[in-house]
Ligand binder design. Structure first.
Ligand code: CA
Ligand code: CA
Length: 287
């Protein structure tokens, strides 16, 4: 399925329109970050992610960007990613209707947070494509899109990279190493005001992907203790784990939520007999 590339097509159009041959392109850095990077997490743990951009001093700041958040095809099981739920306040002029971005799922609202698309090489996996949007640098709105024609300068040129999008997903309950990648990154920056009042020259930046992925490890679902009774996993599945689960299940502890009745290890936020049955099944199978 091809997405209608309103955002990106406009980015390319703006680049071509205002390209300045013979000059080195302005620079930008983009990175994908997560506080779960390199961490061993529990099944169903919330995994936060964010995209940050640093724009070089050789321009007047961020004009627009787009990036895909894609899960590695080597992940043990697929993950369904949901769009970033909100737009950072500083970037409000990049999301429709104020800015120019894809429409949201179903053709309404803003797709700034990314459009969920099935990963063709990983059945069941849903990635996010074309996260982002752009300011209206054309000086006039296009119907109900780009209604904010006041261009904000110096976005992305602070002391720290500017967080442009953030979201989270839940770790699968299948043990193993999982990675997320940032792909198809494009960044446009403001280079100068044009000869026509209100119109900015924009150019595609030379983008450095300083951190293009992060990985985390999901521990074995049935490994919940090390014999100390404190809920510290030790990498092995023994009777200690069953004894500890017995306690947290009886308490209705959120850590005992390991299934939703489908026997797929999908958490549902509640602790019922389904969780106990699924835990016992996984315990019996050694993980
Ligand atoms: Ca254990
Ligand atoms: Ca449950």
């Amino acid at each position: 399925m091809r997405l209608v590339p309103w955002c990106v097509a406009t980015l390319w159009f703006a680049s071509a329109l205002h390209a300045q041959p013979g000059q080195n392109p302005p620079t930008a850095q983009i990175e994908l970050r997560s506080t779960s990077a390199g961490v061993v997490v529990s099944p169903c743990a919330a995994i936060p992610w964010e995209i940050a951009i640093q724009v070089g001093a050789d321009s007047f700041g961020l004009a627009g960007y787009a990036a895909n958040l894609v899960q590695s095809a080597t992940n043990p099981v697929p993950i369904v990613l949901a769009p970033a739920p909100s737009v950072p306040s500083l970037l409000s002029g990049f999301s429709r209707p104020a800015g120019v971005s894809n429409t949201g799922p179903g053709g309404t609202g803003s797709g700034y947070g990314g459009t969920p698309i099935a990963n063709q090489s990983f059945p069941g996996a849903i990635d996010l494509v074309q996260i982002g949007g752009m300011q209206n640098t054309f000086g006039s709105p296009a119907g109900n899109v780009g209604t904010d024609t006041s261009v904000e300068q110096q976005i992305g040129q602070g002391a720290q990279p500017q967080v442009v999008a953030s979201g989270e997903f839940f770790a699968p309950s299948t043990a193993g190493s999982y990675c997320m990648d940032l792909q198809a990154t494009a960044v446009n920056v403001l280079t100068s005001t044009g000869p026509i009042a209100g119109i900015w020259r924009v150019r595609q930046a030379s983008v450095s992907l300083v951190q293009g992925s992060f990985c985390f490890t999901v521990r074995c679902l049935a490994d919940v203790d090390d014999g100390s009774g404190t809920g510290v996993p030790d990498g092995g599945v023994t009777i200690d784990d069953l004894l500890y689960y017995n306690v947290i299940f009886a308490d209705g502890d959120a850590r005992a939520d390991v299934d939703d009745g489908t026997s797929t290890g999908t958490c549902d936020g509640g602790v019922t007999i389904d969780d106990l049955l699924y835990f016992l099944d996984r315990f019996a199978s050694g993980c």
